[in-house]
Design a protein around this ligand. Structure first.
Ligand code: TTP
Ligand code: MG
Length: 351
């Protein structure tokens, strides 16, 4: 493998944000979600409340029963989103590829950053320090050369923990089977019935027995259990470059054939803005003289950076549209923007 992947997950995120904004809540058992008396569930609880057994998705009445002194608060999602945006902006600075996967977690390709530090532990320490400095919130980090292993690792020493994995197979072996992301309750129960209790058990389980009981999707999980994960971080740039688009309104309405003559000019303009990003989706937009607007997308199999590809795909899209109405506006959009950088370092070089 040739990349160092960090998975970062904020600690008791909603509760931590509430504590930050209301310091008087610190140290007290705090539960975010439905309020007592409402029929709802716990979104999250701080680590003090978790000591009483309170957890996410538990009915609120049960949380009340477990801890009489718990403070219940309704969630403030606007605030959490703002905090999340700030966190992600900080994390991006450490990554060549960055993929946010939920409000409080992201995958980072930190290969380049890690090379410059004396160890991966130091790299993790610096990331956590920066997040804490600017947001006053703590996070946990898992680092390995596998996306899935890093995800599992970030959960091992919560809160504010760092887990660095150099041998994926050995790390995974003793862990309970439900630690694998994507193994749901039903599959979990079935596995326990089949005496597959740990990830190590899954790794060495008979393939035919697995196929018989779970179908072909289980093979992906078995490969993961063996530490064979080849998925990297597929960069989705959430920052200022969500998409790039350019459009033009014609002085006089034109037909579809005439519109073809404008493809190159517009493609030039979007391409100029692309800078260091690659794109995976080319879209066109047409506004007819009656103001009806249509869009068409073309998703590429691999990332591209070239102007020629934009022109080619925009033309293909354009030629699929019937030439039956006059056009007043034409535009091209590039989305699914990717930072293509790939590094060639192995994780063992750092440990
Ligand atoms: P998580 O990262 O799963 O949980 P967490 O950050 O609260 O705690 P941990 O320290 O274990 O990471 O989820 C992030 C936020 O998403 C969480 O703060 C609240 C919300 N959430 C729900 O609303 N419902 C749920 O069932 C879960 C799991 C999370
Ligand atoms: Mg979290």
């Amino acid at each position: 493998m040739n990349q160092i992947i960090a998975h970062i997950d904020m600690d008791c995120f909603f509760a931590a944000v509430e504590e930050k904004h209301m310091p008087e809540l610190k140290g007290k058992p705090l539960v975010i979600g439905s309020l007592p008396g409402q029929r709802g569930v716990v979104a999250t609880a701080n680590y003090t409340a978790r000591k009483f057994g309170i957890k996410s998705a538990m009915p609120t009445w049960k949380a009340e029963q477990l801890c009489k002194d718990a403070i219940f608060k309704k969630g403030n999602h606007k605030l959490y989103k703002e905090e999340s945006n700030n966190i992600m902006e900080i994390l991006k600075k450490f990554a060549t590829d960055f993929e946010q996967v939920s409000i409080d977690e992201a995958y980072l390709n930190i290969t380049d950053f890690a090379i410059k530090q004396k160890s991966l532990t130091e790299a993790a320490r610096l990331i956590k320090k920066e997040v804490l400095k600017y947001t006053k919130l703590t996070c946990s980090i898992g680092i390995s050369d596998s996306r899935y292993v890093s995800k599992i690792a970030s959960d091992i020493k919560k809160p504010a923990g760092t887990t660095i994995v150099s041998n994926n197979k050995e790390f995974l072996k003793p862990l309970k089977i439900n630690k694998i992301p994507g193994i749901g309750k039903v599959a979990y129960k079935k596995m326990i019935d089949l005496n597959i209790n740990t990830i190590g058990d899954l790794a060495k389980a008979n393939k035919f027995k697995l196929l018989d009981n779970f179908g072909k999707h289980i093979i992906k999980f078995q490969n993961l259990a063996k530490g064979e994960d080849k998925t990297g971080v597929s960069s989705n740039i959430y920052s200022k470059h969500k998409s790039i688009s350019k459009e033009t309104t014609f002085l006089e309405d034109i037909n579809l054939y005439e519109c073809n003559n404008h493809v190159e000019t517009i493609a030039n303009k979007v391409h100029q803005e692309l800078q260091k990003y690659g794109y995976k989706t080319v879209s066109i937009k047409i506004k007819y003289s009656d103001f009806q607007t249509i869009t068409r997308d073309y998703s590429l199999k691999t990332t591209s950076k070239t102007k020629e590809e934009i022109i080619k795909k925009a033309r293909i899209l354009l030629n699929q549209i019937p030439n039956n109405k006059q056009i007043r506006l034409f535009g091209i959009k590039l989305s699914n923007l990717i930072d293509n950088f790939q590094s060639q370092t192995t994780i063992t070089a750092f440990i």
